[in-house]
Design a protein. Structure first.
Length: 320
């Protein structure tokens, strides 16, 4: 492309990838190939190119038929005949690599959930029960004591064990709530939302209606997104209210988590924040994608945040 972003050369591989012939695109602006939600990304690339930057980017591009294709872009600045900066653009279709990485990531998530389940059960069934037995013995011992000093020490021990039991229960619930496996997604989501918002003194609006069969993979993905979204609100939003809506709708499971907190500039965060500051948002989106769903985050400074996700009822199913 030239310095203005107009396409000046288009080879056979580009024709196969995008579906456009050379005659259809030469002379047109390269933004033609950018999805509507990535037009700002294209403008940013042109600004960087004007400063003679070499650009490497994993992104998506738009085919002639309107479908998206994941690509790896390498854009190298060159000087044209007039001394202006133009660019050589190399585009690699990363569809197969993305599918392989997604399959590997799904397997890693499955293994992680299995480990979380085992550890949660061990905490609840073994350590939790052992601590409860210690607490009962201490309470029985306290009933037989008359020495005030010893009574005070035993009471302190009982209080410490009680705190330990509560911590074990919290760890177990965060790792993998037994409610999710025993009673399903609706019960687990309601319990988690209440458990997190009550200590934080957040006003909670709950609307949960999950009807019909939802596969375990989808339930797990949805619960983890709820977990991340609610935790973010409690820790970072400075909100006074959280509304959570979870419902089945035809062939879909839909989730919306809204708060009235400080919000943030979602676009700027995606573009400029260090990766460690975006892991939670990336993780939520990937959780949805692993089971065939999608997720969007709408947030503006001082205007709260809305997390919306949509899932098929079963992995491999369809959603509307």
């Amino acid at each position: 492309m030239d310095a203005a972003g107009l396409i000046v050369s288009w080879n056979a591989a580009a024709e196969r990838l995008y579906g456009y012939s050379a005659a259809e695109v030469i002379g047109r602006h390269v933004s033609l190939l950018a999805p509507p939600d990535r037009r700002e990304e294209s403008a940013d690339m042109m600004r960087r190119l004007a400063h003679r930057e070499r650009i490497e980017l994993e992104t998506e591009r738009l085919r002639k038929d309107g479908t998206r294709v994941p690509v790896s872009l390498t854009i190298s600045p060159i000087r044209d005949a007039r001394g202006l900066v133009a660019a050589a653009v190399i585009v690699r279709d990363t569809t197969e690599r993305k599918h392989q990485l997604q399959a590997l990531s799904r397997r890693l998530v499955e293994v992680q959930e299995m480990e979380r389940t085992l550890i949660a059960r061990e905490l609840h069934d073994q350590i939790g029960q052992t601590l409860s037995a210690v607490k009962m013995n201490l309470e029985a011992l306290r009933g037989e004591m008359e020495d005030p000093a010893l009574l005070g020490r035993v009471s302190e021990g009982i209080a410490a064990v009680k705190r330990a039991v509560e911590q074990v229960q919290t760890l177990s619930f965060d790792l993998r709530p037994s409610l999710l496996d025993d009673l399903g997604l609706a019960a687990a989501v309601e319990a988690y939302a209440k458990r997190q918002t009550e200590p934080a003194r957040l006003s909670l609006g709950l609307a949960v209606t999950v009807e019909g069969h939802v596969s375990k993979e989808v339930e797990t993905a949805c619960f983890r997104i709820v977990q991340e979204a609610v935790t973010n609100v409690v820790r970072h939003a400075g909100a006074t209210r959280l509304d959570l809506d979870l419902r089945t709708d035809g062939s879909c499971l839909r989730l919306a988590v809204r708060d009235d907190g400080v919000g943030f500039d979602a676009r700027t965060l995606r573009a400029t924040a260090p990766v460690e500051h975006r892991l939670g948002l990336v993780g939520m989106r990937e959780r949805a994608q692993y089971v065939g769903g999608d997720l969007e985050i709408d947030s503006q400074p001082r205007a709260g945040t809305l997390v919306c996700a949509r899932f098929p009822l079963r992995v491999g199913g369809t959603s509307e």
